[in-house]
Design a protein. Sequence first.
Length: 124
Amino acid sequence: MALQPGRPILPLTPCSQPPTWRKPPSVLQRPHTKGRDLYDLLWYLSDPDWPSPNLTLLNNALRQTDWRGRPVLEDTWRGVVRTRLAAAAWGQAVADVRPFLEPSADPALLTRKNLERLLATRRA
């Protein structure tokens, strides 16, 4: 199954919290990467109508969890996420999320390549 620009690609929706980037702090700060966090990030990034990350809220959340990095800025957030994606255990991440997927969902879409592609095309 190929990514279709401009359309959410996965039928399972993430948590109901507004799109103020609840998942990036999880993706960036958990000692191990959870597949559900990556899945929600993929879902979020695949929908071009969702707003850009609220960097104030993201940085506040990171500070509250002892973030050791520099503040995340408009021109750096994608790179910070990419760095974390490079360290993810992708086989384990897919296995983690598989029990939560709808039968029609394709877990093969949850890849570093797909997330990096979406990060590269994401506006603002």
